[in-house]
Design a protein around this ligand. Structure first.
Ligand SMILES: Nc1ncnc2c1ncn2[C@@H]1O[C@H](COP(=O)(O)OP(=O)(O)O)[C@@H](O)[C@H]1O
Ligand SMILES: [Mg+2]
Length: 242
C-alpha cells in the first residue's frame, strides 16, 4: 500500500483549546477513508490543515512523501488536494458552467478557452449535470448544487479529495444518488478522505474509518470493526449507552 497522505503527530491549538491533539493516520492511494467523531471533535480542523486553510501548531502532513504542513491553500491545491466545504460554497449568480469554469481557471496549470469549455461539459456529465451548464447556479436543487460543488473540486484533477459532510442534508433518494457518485469516483481510482455523520454512507463507501474524540484519535481500522468498537459507541452516544 502506497501512502498518499500521511499525517503524523498533528496538533492544532486555538488559544487554550487543543482542537486536534497528536493525530496520526495514513490514507493509501485509491482508498476511501472516513474521518468520524462527534461534533467538535476536530474533524474539520484536520481537513483545514490538510488543505492549508489552517497551519498546524505542530506535526507533519506528507502528500506522496512531500511535506505540505503549513503551506498556503493555493500551493496545496496545486499539489493535488481538493475539497468541498461543510456548507456548500458556490458562486450563486453565475451559471453552472461558469462555476466550473472558474475552478478550471484557478487550477494549475489553468485551462482556458475552448479546452475549458470542453472540460466543463465532461465534468458536468461525470457528476450528472450534463447539458445543464447554462442554468443559473442558485436555481439548482440542493443535490444539484452538491454535484456542481463536486465538479468544481474535480476540475483541479486532485490526487486527494476531502469531503466535509458532503452528503449531509440530502433526502433519502438524493443520498443514494450521492453515494453512487462517490462510488463512481472510487471506481475511477480517486483517493478520498470523507467526514460524514451518515453511517449508511460510511458503510457503503469506506473500507476504513478513523475516529476522533475531543481532538484525539480513538480508533483506526476496518469500518465494521471500528463502528462496533465500544470506545467509539461510547464517544457517539455518551457513557450511558456503552
Ligand atoms: N478557527 C477556530 N478558532 C477557534 N476555535 C475553533 C476554530 N475552528 C474550530 N474550533 C474549535 O475546535 C474544535 C473542533 O472543531 P471542528 O474541527 O470544527 O470539529 P468537527 O468538525 O469535528 O465538528 C471545536 O471546539 C471548535 O469550536
Ligand atoms: Mg466539522
Amino acid at each position: 500500500m502506497t501512502a498518499l497522505i500521511e499525517i503524523t503527530g498533528l496538533r492544532k491549538q486555538f488559544g487554550g483549546l487543543t482542537a486536534v491533539d497528536d493525530v496520526s493516520f495514513v490514507v493509501a492511494e485509491g482508498e476511501i477513508v472516513a474521518l468520524l467523531g462527534p461534533n467538535g471533535s476536530g474533524k474539520t480542523t484536520v481537513l483545514n490543515m490538510i488543505s492549508g486553510a489552517l497551519a498546524p501548531t505542530s506535526g507533519a502532513i506528507r502528500l506522496a512523501g512531500e511535506e505540505i504542513a503549513g503551506l498556503g491553500p493555493h500551493r496545496i491545491a496545486h499539489k493535488g488536494v481538493a475539497r468541498t466545504f461543510q456548507l456548500v460554497r458556490i458562486l450563486p449568480s453565475l451559471t453552472v458552467g461558469e462555476n466550473v469554469m472558474a475552478a478550471l481557471a484557478f487550477r494549475h496549470p489553468p485551462v482556458w478557452g475552448g479546452a475549458a469549455e470542453a472540460r466543463v461539459e465532461t465534468l458536468l456529465e461525470e457528476i450528472g449535470l450534463g447539458g445543464r451548464g447554462a442554468e443559473r447556479a442558485d436555481n439548482l436543487t440542493y443535490i444539484d448544487q452538491k454535484r456542481m460543488e463536486l465538479a468544481r473540486a474535480l476540475a483541479a484533477e486532485p490526487r486527494l479529495l476531502l469531503l466535509d459532510e458532503w452528503l449531509s442534508g440530502l433526502n433519502p433518494t438524493e443520498l443514494q444518488v450521492g453515494i453512487e457518485l462517490i462510488l463512481s469516483l472510487r471506481r475511477s481510482g480517486m483517493t478520498v478522505l470523507l467526514v460524514e455523520h451518515i453511517m449508511e454512507a460510511v458503510r457503503a463507501l469506506c473500507s476504513r474509518a478513523v475516529v476522533m474524540n475531543a481532538g484525539r484519535t480513538i480508533a483506526d481500522g476496518p469500518t465494521e470493526a471500528v463502528l462496533a468498537d465500544a470506545d467509539v459507541i461510547r464517544a457517539y452516544l455518551g457513557e450511558d449507552h456503552a
